[in-house]
Design a protein around this ligand. Structure first.
Ligand code: NAD
Length: 351
């Protein structure tokens, strides 16, 4: 049973009107729509926006009543009167009602994961990362939403050989996922570049994000699981691959900064303080948890670039963004969260 506003309103438009008129005119809060609200990064953004006094509308096709991860990620938000949620696809006509009157739309919904994007699965990536993005941009323009902030990915750089990667440098996605993220990004920037564009848009290229609620398929989640369970994690390749890891609260800072900037029509890197190899990462996890990570080495996967490393200068000049959480500190938070999360799941099962 969710406290606060029911997450499945019978008539969305009526509910939005009531919600707005409950406020006195001089105390209208800023209104944000977050797509992918039940996901890892989206749910952190929703929580931060609520804590800063925004009214937040969330869209995600994973319902908190039907999906345990969604319910867990949205537990704080669903207790707030300032949050409303629609468990629908971004292309659902009801999303148009949620776009109306928004000050900012944060578009984070996407099919994620590089490995799963090959083969027939690509069709769902095209739907989620291209067609749904296109639908949302059209809705933003129709409703004259002033600001769209779109989640893009370091995967758009793919196999480019020069590091650090600059936003005005080459892009060469190595996976269908990267191709779909680049297409979504280019769509948003093409619309924003039109002379009569109503919606200013910025695409943020996130570099490997981690922290509490991180997706289970991601490296740090898998390492912490391996430490906890003693079951070896698969290490693809020899561990020399290098990644720029970014703590989720830093990513949320960048999203909020992007919502406030006047800049439009550009992509901006959002990355953590340094690039490390997976071997170095394994050492950091061992130092934080006090235990080595059991690993099983398997061949490299197609689609994974050898290295990612962001040039941070544009983020600093356009957004005033600088990462503030070190890798060891961030892993410490994620380790504490994953232990608490397992303990609460176990005690719920034992009730
Ligand atoms: P996530 O999978 O945890 O969240 C994405 C959410 O979007 C999911 O809850 C999913 O149900 C929802 N969704 C997908 N398609 C939808 C649709 N058509 N309609 C409604 N809901 C839909 O992923 P995340 O790690 O939080 O990633 C968020 C965004 O950041 C994505 O756009 C992703 O491409 C981007 N990104 C993430 C990382 C990372 O390291 N996590 C790195 C680069 C870019």
């Amino acid at each position: 049973m969710h406290r606060g506003r029911p997450h499945r309103p019978r008539r969305l438009t009526t509910q939005l009107v009531t919600w707005r008129t409950n406020l006195k005119s001089n105390e209208r809060s800023r209104v944000a729509l977050v797509t992918g609200a039940a996901g890892f990064i989206g749910s952190h953004l929703v929580d931060r926006l609520l804590s800063q006094g925004w009214q937040v509308r969330g869209v995600d096709r994973r319902s908190p009543t039907g999906d345990a991860v969604s319910g867990r990620n949205l537990a704080y938000a669903l207790a707030s009167q300032e949050f409303m949620f629609e468990p629908v696809d971004v292309t659902d006509p009801r999303v148009g009602d949620m776009v109306d009157g928004a000050d900012v739309v944060f578009h984070l919904a996407a099919s994620t994961g590089v490995r799963g994007s090959w083969g027939k699965a690509f069709l769902s990536y095209v739907h989620d990362n291209v067609a749904a993005t296109h639908h949302l941009i059209e809705e933003c323009e129709r409703a004259r939403v002033p600001r769209l902030v779109l989640a893009s990915s370091s995967s758009v750089y793919g196999g480019t050989a020069s590091f650090p990667s600059r936003e005005d440098g080459p892009v060469l996605p190595m996976s269908p996922y990267g191709v779909s993220k680049l297409a979504g990004e280019h769509l948003a920037l093409a619309y924003a570049a039109r002379p009569d564009a109503a919606t200013r848009a910025v695409a943020l290229r996130f570099f490997t994000v981690y922290g509490p609620r991180q997706r289970e398929d991601m490296a740090i989640s898998r390492m912490l699981d391996a430490v906890r369970t003693g079951q070896p994690m698969r290490l693809y390749g020899d561990g020399s691959q290098r990644r720029n890891f970014t703590y989720v609260s830093d990513v949320v800072d960048a999203l909020l900064r992007a919502a406030q900037t006047e800049t439009t029509g550009c992509a901006v890197n959002v990355a953590g303080p340094l690039t490390v190899s997976l071997r170095d990462l394994l050492d950091t996890v061992r130092e934080v948890t006090g235990r080595p990570v059991p690993i099983k080495q398997v061949p490299e996967r197609s689609g994974d670039p050898e290295s990612t490393e962001a040039d941070p200068n544009l983020a600093e000049s356009v957004l005033g963004y600088r990462p503030s959480v070190s890798l060891a500190e961030g892993i410490c938070h994620q380790w504490a969260w994953s232990q608490a999360n397992i303990n609460s799941a176990v005690s719920e099962r034992n009730l």
